[in-house]
Design a protein around this ligand. Structure first.
Ligand code: GLC
Length: 551
């Protein structure tokens, strides 16, 4: 199989990875839901966009209680998405185009339909089958009618559900997602076998779902019982690193640099422990995603990120969005783009999509110029916004119900992609098929792939991404790990970031309200929005410059 020509050794250090949410990418069979043949049919688009790899959110057999993050069979494809043959065809077709394929692995929990959990339910309290999960009697003071401890579910409510036989089981997410007991050797052996199953089939890596949650503190102590400042009993436990060391050894035993990227909602001091040379290759850098559109804040996070990663020799990752968070155009379109309480969902502050789009364009040039690997969540390259007005009855994310309506959930960033402006469902599926599983806003007509492609569409978000990725690929200085901040200009604008990569490449971002002069340069490679008539960089804009002579 051929691998990307532009990526040599350690391809993952600089890779641009495109995240596909399979339900919402492209529908080949006309049932209104995206599928694997739909993805295979659109690989030419992704290769043309200029990405190096794709990461697919879960494709496994699943009742879809949490969009596929509830897995009933880790060695099969859900019929909604296709078959194992479709997966093999997708892998081959991607590799033929030089695209690598990273799949999602969900080790913290499975589906309540998983055969192990079904067997545990049938076997009853005290059985060996229940030891593969966390089953407990309820709190003795309440005669077993209250949960065994005070741990909350990330989606709202308690992390425990009671069975008719009296036992409770732990689920840090939905009740249809029972947590595995990672202290059990069978769980460890099973996941090593699952890794090999997919590595044998040619996947290039794994994105590890909630990678910091697997291990629970012995005895499952209540949070209220722990001294103030004690580490969380279920997050970031030190024993989790043994698991990743064993996984790394497995990945390294395969040819072709198979890699891991951890979903790690942890601070920098913790993050770097997961990125030691014998653990995960990369981990998501969420502080950057969570930051508002603010120059000094972003600069501080960039510095801290680079320092943290350099200390363990790992590349940074840069992420603007994913299937769990409000789309970047919408986040940055809030005049105050800082975060609501839960850190990722803002629904009520006034929204200016024009502003958000302008900032998202500048943000693209900023994050694609930083040292390390970059992720694009499907539709970011089209400038899609969060669909915040979906009718509640169409929303499927369990968060909405589990939070008692306090959180609208994540459906708004999962609306099917618009491919063709003049077709039903904007070409998400074949003509005559079912409509997309979530309705697309009429305004996405102008954002469809064909409406943003070629000719006089030079100014489109899609063409900006295509050009940025092609410059990034061609520019040797963007492959290193260096970044040198430069003084902004003689006026010392504090709302401007300027940095050089190598001797020639300069990126400038204007976060302020006034146009600013460009620093000395020989040529302009790209600007996120047109310069002013007198050649200055407007507000919320960025430029890539080449400086060949010492300036
Ligand atoms: C991760 C996934 C999210 C899922 C959760 C539980 O955060 O990204 O979509 O709901 O894990 O698996």
């Amino acid at each position: 199989m051929s691998r990307s020509a532009t990526n040599g050794a350690e391809w993952w250090r600089n890779a641009v990875v495109y995240q596909i949410y399979p339900r919402s990418f492209a529908d080949a069979n006309g049932d209104g839901v995206g599928d694997l043949p739909g993805i295979t049919g659109r690989l030419a688009y992704l290769a043309g966009l200029g990405v190096d790899a794709v990461w697919l959110s879960p494709w496994y057999r699943s009742p879809m209680a949490d969009g596929g993050y509830d897995i009933a069979d880790y060695r099969d494809i859900d019929p909604l998405f296709g078959t194992l043959q479709d997966a093999a065809a997708l892998l081959d077709a991607a590799h033929d185009r030089g695209l690598r394929v990273i799949v999602d692995l969900v080790p913290n929990h499975c589906s309540d339909r998983h055969p192990w959990f079904q067997a545990a339910l049938a076997a009853g309290p005290g059985s060996a089958e229940r030891e593969l999960f966390h089953f407990r009697p309820g709190c003795p003071e309440a005669d077993g009618t209250e949960p065994p401890n005070d741990w909350p579910s990330a989606f709202g409510g308690p992390a425990w559900t009671r069975l008719p036989d009296g036992d409770w089981y732990l689920h840090l997410f939905n009740q249809a997602q029972p947590d595995f007991n990672w202290d059990h050797p069978r769980v460890r052996a099973e996941f090593e076998s699952i890794l090999r199953f997919w590595l044998d089939r040619g996947v290039d890596g794994f994105r590890i779902d909630v990678a910091n949650l697997l291990i629970k503190q012995a005895g499952l102590p209540a949070r209220a019982s722990l001294p103030p400042g004690a580490p969380s009993p279920y997050e970031d436990r030190p024993e989790v690193h043994e698991i990743y060391r064993s996984w790394r050894a497995i990945a390294d035993s395969y040819p072709g640099e198979r890699i891991f990227v951890g979903e790690l909602w942890v601070g920098p001091a913790s993050l770097k422990r997961y990125l030691r040379p014998d653990e995960l290759h990369t981990g998501f850098n969420f502080p950057y995603l969570q930051a508002p559109w603010n120059g000094p804040r972003l600069r501080a996070i960039i510095d801290q990120t680079l320092e943290t990663h350099a200390s363990v020799g790992a590349p940074a990752t840069w992420v603007l969005g994913n299937h769990d968070v409000t789309r970047v155009v919408t986040r940055y379109g809030r005049v105050d783009s800082s975060w609501a309480l839960d850190g990722i969902r803002v629904h009520d502050a006034p929204l200016d999509l024009g502003l958000g789009t302008r900032r998202a364009r500048a943000a693209a040039l900023l994050y694609l110029a930083l040292p390390g690997s970059a992720y694009i969540y499907q539709g970011e390259e089209l400038g899609l916004w969060e669909v915040e007005d979906l009718p509640p009855e169409l929303r499927q994310d369990p968060t909405l119900r589990q939070s008692g309506g306090a959180d609208l959930g994540r459906d708004g960033c999962r609306v099917p992609l618009p491919w063709a402006a003049d077709e039903p469902g904007f070409g998400f599926g074949p003509g005559g098929g079912a409509p997309p599983w979530l309705p697309q806003p009429a305004g996405w007509k102008a954002l469809a792939v064909d409406a943003q492609t070629g000719g006089d569409r030079d100014e489109s978000m899609l063409e900006l991404y295509r050009r940025a990725l092609s410059v990034r690929r061609a520019e040797p200085s963007l492959r290193g790990s260096d970044l040198a901040w430069q003084a902004a200009d003689p006026d010392e604008h504090t709302d401007v970031l300027v940095f050089a990569r190598g001797a020639e490449f300069v990126c400038i971002v204007n976060f302020g309200a006034d146009p600013i002069p460009l620093p000395a340069h020989d040529s302009i490679l790209l600007t996120s929005t047109a310069l002013t008539a007198d050649g200055r960089l407007g507000p919320d804009a960025a430029a890539w410059l080449r400086r060949t002579s010492a300036a």
